[in-house]
Design a protein around this ligand. Structure first.
Ligand code: 5AD
Ligand code: SF4
Length: 466
């Protein structure tokens, strides 16, 4: 039994990072049994679930998407906002009910929420039917924990995070587009954000391991890789080996995989060299997700974001001027403690200035343990909701405007899936990360197709094969 501790999670004094080459022997002792896996949250969690799938399938389980059919349920949780937590606890009600009928059902919880001491207290006090809790730093212990499940709750969550596991096996969801972790954790400590606590210190994988992974994915026929990190462009800074994110990006581009993407960039770490590399290589996609969070300098300071609005604008303009056709999306939080009407107006102003291709918008949600959760806040939830609504109207207006510019153009679309907009349609993304529903057969899946855009909506485009 190991429980998390926020003080240890916050510690950044210890700097030695252990590189551990995983070599696991997993016995398929659960043959003819089924697993149900549900993932909440960001791409990092989606990719972690591909690791979880590898473990479950190596143990002999086969997948099901019907909860009632499952012999093991795994919920990979998210802690970023309160509503992510509510969804998990809501779903647990169904799992608890199923376990009353199916006594041998194994219930496993993992992900960021499990790194929170308060949630672990709640689980050990009031959710005794949960069999295993495993944290984000020791997912590799999952096969052992499941193999040894005893009917007694077992919580194995560590707060320290001085490890980088290499040779992790994944059961990837897609044969076309792959996630690759290049950097874990975050040392920025934006005052609203729980990630530095749940994902630990910022640590980079070695470049040679990443390049090997990319080369192997190319060999397997993958068309696209997305380099993942909480602070993807801080890559390498912790290693002191003389290379940074721009070096990595250029080396990945040279491997020749058709499409390269990366998320999420912090404006503070965005270098001119990165911009030049993105502009130089046609297989690095002209798309940047660049969270601004607020348009008010006072709020940015309280958020500990390390840049001013003027600096963000400068960077934004440099990216736009150097990378042809680039699209830029952002994240914005409204209702940060005591955000004034003027602060909010500043946020609307920056949206009017940047005319983002898209924006993810959120109401500030206090996370226990973070600095902002302790800030006094006089703004009512009703006010925050009204601001969010107003912001969304503006953001959607600019998304639609930017999408409309594509109508009549012929663009490259990597077709990845059947479309949910009709049985005669498939879908995929442009280089600039616009979702396109394309009239065409499933034979197009896996190909980069020239598509003529026929119509634009706020969140997607329609097109026909050119
Ligand atoms: N409340 C609201 N939004 C948050 N985000 C992160 N933490 C919080 C929080 N406590 C948003 C930020 C970040 C995105 C992934 O989630 O905008 O960029
Ligand atoms: Fe959170 Fe800020 Fe780190 Fe992003 S950079 S993960 S918002 S602390």
């Amino acid at each position: 039994m190991n429980k998390p501790d926020l003080c240890i999670a916050k510690d950044r004094k210890k700097v030695d990072i252990d590189y551990i080459n995983l070599d696991m022997d997993i016995k398929p002792i659960f043959q003819n049994k089924k697993y149900f896996l549900r993932t909440y949250g960001c791409q990092m969690n989606v990719h972690d679930s591909e690791e979880i799938k590898y473990y479950l399938e190596s143990l002999g389980f086969t997948p099901t998407n019907i909860l009632d059919e499952s012999d093991i349920v795994v919920l990979n949780t998210c802690a970023i906002r309160e509503n992510a937590k509510d969804k998990v606890f809501g779903y647990l009600g169904r799992c608890k009910h199923l376990k009353k009928i199916k006594k041998d059902l194994i219930i496993v919880l993992t992900g960021c929420l499990m790194q929170q001491p308060s949630e672990i207290e709640e689980i050990s006090k009031n959710h005794g039917y949960i069999d295993i809790v495993v944290g984000t730093h020791n997912l590799n212990e999952l096969p052992k924990l499941i193999s040894n499940v005893k009917g007694k709750q077992n919580i194995e969550v560590y707060s320290n995070s001085d490890k980088v596991f290499e040779n992790i096996k994944y059961r990837r969801d897609s044969k076309i587009s792959a996630w690759i972790n290049i950097q874990l954790g975050c040392d920025k400590f934006c005052t609203y954000c729980i990630v530095p606590y749940t994902r630990g210190r910022e640590r980079s994988r070695r470049m040679d391991s990443i390049l090997e992974e990319v080369a192997s994915l190319k060999e397997q026929g993958y068309m696209e890789v997305t380099l993942l990190g909480q602070n993807v462009n801080a890559y390498g800074n912790d290693l002191g080996l003389g290379y940074d994110f721009a070096t990595l990006l250029e080396s990945v581009a040279k491997i020749g995989i058709p499409r390269i993407r990366f998320v999420t960039s912090h404006p503070w770490n965005f270098t001119d060299k990165m911009i030049e590399v993105i502009a130089k290589y046609p297989n690095i996609m002209p798309y940047v997700h660049l969270p601004i969070q607020s348009g008010s300098d006072a709020i940015l300071k309280k958020m500990n974001r390390r840049y001013t609005v003027a600096e963000y604008k400068n960077l934004f303009n440099k990216i736009k001027a150097t990378i042809p056709r680039v699209s830029i999306t952002t994240d914005i939080i409204v209702g940060f403690p005591n955000e004034s009407a003027k602060d909010f107006q500043d946020t609307l102003d920056i949206v009017n200035y940047c005319k983002f291709d898209g924006a993810f918008t959120f109401i500030f949600s206090p996370r226990m343990g973070t600095a902002a959760a302790l800030m006094v806040d006089k703004i009512t939830m009703k006010e925050k909701e009204e601001r969010l609504h107003q912001l969304n109207e503006l953001v959607n207006k600019y998304s639609l405007e930017s999408n409309k510019k594509y109508v009549g153009e012929v663009v490259d679309v990597l077709i990845t899936d059947l479309s949910d907009k009709g049985i005669d349609k498939v879908c995929g993304y442009t280089d600039t990360m616009k979702l396109v529903n394309v009239l065409g057969s499933k034979d197009l899946i896996g190909q980069i197709v020239k598509v003529k855009i026929t119509d634009a909506k706020s969140f997607s485009l329609d097109g026909v094969v050119a």
